[in-house]
Design a protein around this ligand. Structure first.
Ligand code: FES
Ligand code: FE2
Length: 374
């Protein structure tokens, strides 16, 4: 794609409007929102968002008080009522300011004024343990973005996650799209991860002839809508060269029984993997911050514990250290691509193996240049 797609501020703003504000985006884990008043906060397309549990119902709101704009929840995750810290306005599950302290003395809003006050809310959908939100007032059907088989696979695997999770955010100096071009590329691990991931996973690099035909063909009118569902896939990926018999692996309810690398890619910016045959999972959410900056919000959890064991947090830390190596290798490569871009940089030459990248890029360019099809 042209260098501007990875570098330009104007492009980045257009991409937010045409892509990110229209698609369903990963927002967090249901297990982090298990109790009444549990919440998580995040920033989506530059908008502060809070997702909060109201007596078992999950709601997503803009995290800004209707009084004078203070953030309602300040922490990344926690448990407290949806209550502004500035002057104490409290909100109900409909997003209405149900409690305004000293209302009659200090504010004197009319009944009509008060009735018109409501937090901006966002559509929310859970799939197993995964929470997705959509920023659009009229969201596309979830099933238009992801096909039924993929949704079922996400649901089944994410229901296997244990509730003990560690999470952190790493920031890379690269455009988020480089991460997705990289994740659709099973050829790079033998070069980039020769000393890490590629030692335990036999990545398969086959040319998908059907994809090549589609990527080379003139797009049929109206075909764009159906393309979107094809950009996400997941499940069993490549065989593992064995799974080390660490004791903790015997303590968890493994998902599936294949000694395989599992890999889920949910377009546009979510990647989930299990590098040890369903004993543990990593979620990588690549959040665009700027044309050349991406937050990698990353979560680690094992499969559900059969029963608590004393060193489970150490297991999660070890998983995190392992990812730090592998993700660090990817980040270095992507940062080097990003750093080399300039206005007149040559465009890439992708071959048959890269047909899925080419198909997505064609759809994406049509979206960015002509408004595309959704
Ligand atoms: S800004 Fe929230 S109560 Fe005043
Ligand atoms: Fe990689």
């Amino acid at each position: 794609m042209p260098p501007a797609a990875y570098r330009s501020q104007e492009w980045f703003a257009r991409e937010r409007g045409r892509l990110f504000r229209r698609v369903w985006q990963f927002a967090g884990l249901k297990t982090m929102l298990g109790e009444h008043n549990a919440f998580i906060t995040r920033e989506v397309c530059g908008v502060p968002v809070v997702i909060q549990n109201f007596d078992g119902e999950l709601r997503a709101f803009e995290n800004l008080c209707l009084h004078r704009g203070a953030k309602l929840q300040w922490e990344r995750a926690g448990r407290r009522p949806l209550l502004c810290r500035y002057h104490g306005w409290g909100y109900d599950k409909a997003g209405a300011p149900a409690n305004i302290p000293l209302h009659d003395e200090l504010y004197r809003f009319s009944t009509a004024e008060r009735a018109g006050m409501c937090l901006r809310s966002f559509a929310l959908r859970t799939v197993g343990n995964l929470v997705f939100i959509n920023m659009n007032a009229e969201p596309i059907p979830f099933e238009q973005q992801f096909d039924a088989g993929f949704i079922a696979s996400l649901e089944s695997s994410s229901n296997a996650y244990d509730g003990e999770v560690i999470t952190t955010t790493w920031t890379g100096r690269f455009n988020w799209k480089l991460a997705y071009e990289n994740l659709r590329d099973a050829n790079h691990p033998r070069f980039v991860h020769a000393q890490t991931l590629a030692r335990s996973v036999d990545f398969i690099c086959n040319v998908d002839e059907a994809l090549v035909i589609d990527a080379d063909a003139e797009p049929a009118p109206g075909a764009g809508r159906d393309l979107l569902r094809r950009f996400s896939w997941g499940g069993r990926d490549a065989p593992l060269r064995g799974v080390a018999p660490y004791a903790w692996r015997g303590m968890v309810e493994r998902w599936g029984s294949d000694d395989a690398y599992y890999n889920w890619l949910a377009f546009p910016n979510l990647h989930i993997a299990s590098g040890d045959g369903g004993h543990a999972f990593t979620i990588e959410h690549h959040v665009p911050l700027a044309p050349d900056r991406t937050a990698i919000e990353i979560y680690w959890m094992t499969a559900k514990k059969r029963r608590p064991y004393p060193y489970s947090s150490t297991v999660l830390l070890a998983l995190m250290h392992g990812s730090k190596l592998v993700v660090g290798e990817d980040v270095r490569v992507m940062e080097s691509v990003q750093a080399g871009l300039h206005d007149d940089a040559p465009q890439g030459n992708q071959g048959a193996f890269e047909a899925s990248n080419r198909l997505i890029e064609r759809w994406y360019m049509d979206l960015m240049e002509n408004g595309g099809e959704f």
